[in-house]
Design a protein around this ligand. Structure first.
Ligand SMILES: Nc1ncnc2c1ncn2[C@@H]1O[C@H](COP(=O)(O)OP(=O)(O)OP(=O)(O)O)[C@@H](O)[C@H]1O
Length: 202
């Protein structure tokens, strides 16, 4: 089943054409990667796919919910981990007190090992822990497709490996992932890895 399909997506900023006709398709249960050098247009592509930026041309079809994990964490630094969870639960209009939903929050809290940081303000957390919170929040509304922009900046090796394992678990539950990064050390978790080069996916 198709979750996302983009065809001939184009985008220019002034004279600089960043995307010159991107074709991309993501099916349910599929993990894809996009690698590209700094400035190649990865973040621009992601922002178009999630609807933050409008393309100049092309078609985009999306079926299902997207979870977006931006490069710059969208969390509130003066709120604690638990308060950020509550804020986003309310923003997503999730039933925070629904039994199943609260079980799911607990699962996310445990999976990402937030236990000891639960009541710490985000501004007191390490960069990698903030990045994990960013990811956990993108998962709160149980998206069909998770789109990640440089998700593991600041992860230590153990967290990075746990993250890759998480991607595998998520896929087995039927989720799809699009991971965008300038650095990929392990291709084995991906069904396909594209290279964003000169405005097209190769
Ligand atoms: N809002 C904007 N206005 C003008 N130029 C922009 C804008 N957003 C991006 N660009 C330009 O588009 C190009 C691609 O930027 P983008 O952030 O998509 O690259 P990237 O591959 O994600 O880079 P990085 O790996 O460094 O994060 C860059 O040259 C950037 O300066």
């Amino acid at each position: 089943m198709m979750i996302l399909k983009g065809q001939n997506i184009r985008k220019a900023f002034g004279h600089r054409t960043v995307l010159k006709g991107i074709d991309i398709a993501i099916d349910a249960g599929c993990v894809k990667g996009v690698v590209g050098e700094n400035g190649s247009g990865k973040s621009t592509l992601v922002k178009i796919l999630v609807g933050f930026v409008k393309a100049d041309a092309g078609q985009l079809r999306v079926k299902g919910k997207i979870g977006y994990c931006p490069q710059e964490p969208l969390v509130f630094s003066r709120l604690s981990v638990a308060e950020n969870f509550k804020y986003y639960a309310s923003a997503y209009d999730l039933q925070a007190y629904d039994k199943e939903q609260s079980r799911y929050y607990k699962y996310l809290m445990e999976f990402f090992r937030f236990g000891q940081y639960k009541n710490d303000k985000v501004l007191h957390l390490s960069g990698g822990t903030v990045q994990k919170l960013n990811l956990a929040i993108a998962l709160m509304h149980r998206p069909d497709l998770l789109i990640l922009d440089e998700p593991y900046n600041g992860f230590d090796l153990e967290t990075y490996q746990a993250f890759l394992e998480f991607i595998d678990v998520y896929r087995k539950q039927g989720g799809s992932v699009l991971l965008v990064t300038h650095l990929l050390t392990d291709n084995s978790y991906f069904d396909e890895v594209y290279k964003l080069n000169n405005g097209v996916l190769e």
